[in-house]
Design a protein around this ligand. Sequence first.
Ligand code: ADP
Ligand code: GLC
Length: 493
Amino acid sequence: MSAPLNIVFIASECVPFVKTGGLADVVGALPKALRDLGHTVRIILPKYSKIDAQKFGLKRYQESMCVWMGEGREEWCSVDEAYLEGDIPVYFIESWAYFDRPGIYNDAANRDFKDNPERYAFFTRAALQLCIDRQFETDIVHAHDWQTALAPAYLKNWHWDDPILGGAASVFTIHNIQYQGNFPKSRWPFTGLGWPLFTPEMFEDHDRINYLKGGIAFADMVNTVSPTYAYETKSTALGMDLNGVLNRKGDAYVGILNGVDYTEWDPATDHHLPANYTADNLTGKAVCKQKLQEAFQLEVNPDVPVIGVVSRFADQKGLDIFYDAIHQLANRWPVQFVILGSGDKVLEGKYMELPRLYPGQIGTYIGYDDPLAHLIEAGSDFFAMPSRFEPCGLNQMYSLKYGTLPIVRNTGGLADTVAQYDEFSGAGTGFKYEDNTPAAIVGVTGWAISTYYDRKQHLATMIQRAMAQDFGWPQSAKTYVALYEEALRRKRG
Ligand code: ADP
Ligand code: GLC
């Protein structure tokens, strides 16, 4: 085994404390797998007011800490501490000015908070300050997405000779290249990074600030969350204008597939389910299907296929295209849909209408509901992810474990984790399609539905094969350790 490393995660969300998407699942699970490999991990998060301090046992760790920002500004904060699985310390940066409000990144109307550039610059600086003040031995600072993308630049420009952080290498993970932290340049002085770093090779993007771009430029190693997405982001089609920067990174940019936390997502032990089940005995899955149909006021019928969706309503997820396809499918086939999601208000409105238009056939719940997400994974027969792009995607991997066959667009991590059904041999674990059109979705979903009705033997063996897939974190965590070691080699020589 490699020498134990001291790793600090700096991130904007983490299960079970706060979650808006898959980033939280990863930040909550990868540290456990790293710990199991013998490494020491600390996690630093913002203390959003929606975090339930009592439930998670947050305790005051440091009463006051001074954080220096640009323009000579002093910001004061406090720090709380809790533990993940009893032994991974998690620190929460408490700031009345930046985090004491409802919402994580945006307000109730889904508008980004105007002070997001300041909120996350401050948080990232505070996290590094905590490492210094409390003398956390640090080999690796692992930052995630635009929110903490300034960390590699702070390390190289502010802390290069610091006894604690001077020797630390930085690893930066891109969970989604669409969110870049793009702000007017008038906000730059606050970061304290100075105008010399505001160039097209670093943080400047057409005379605006781009946090993600600077994170990529300064990190010792950069990765994204699946091999196919790493490849795709180097193209103009999916690189969202950062393909040039990523190509320049050469072999310092790689793809590592996310894992699944099977302590949370396993139908044999899932405490959110009305009945548990395994591949050997699927009776519990039938119970889950019945409860799901009841919960969404669908006709309770074990013999009609149910297609589930759990998603942020964001452009990336392709649910606008899927909406057109749903009408055609619901009119043409005996099939049911359950949809759980929230985000884009126009889409929310459209999906909310569907149960009225197709009573007993389509159920929608607008909101964020973790137990319901588990029930949908378990009670559905198929799980749809019509993504325009998908860096990794976790739900298709959860679906496989729950014997709920994924219907996915062949992109990013979806391409890497779902094996195409072969109608002749019965091989595969799901149904993939290429074109980003309602017609393609209708075609592939019709194919899945006809398999449900007409090729039951294939369906049964696909379910067995899907449930036997192993996307656990141990393997991916080992690849991250290799990435950390490479970052250290590049940093320390
Ligand atoms: P992304 O991070 O792009 O949203 P992922 O597939 O990586 O996509 O992860 C999404 C995670 O968020 C999954 O764990 C999924 O179950 C969860 N999720 C998304 N929307 C909801 C919702 N409305 N209610 C409950 N869980 C949700
Ligand atoms: C992002 C991506 C998603 C990925 C998740 C965790 O939100 O959209 O595909 O699974 O991050 O890495």
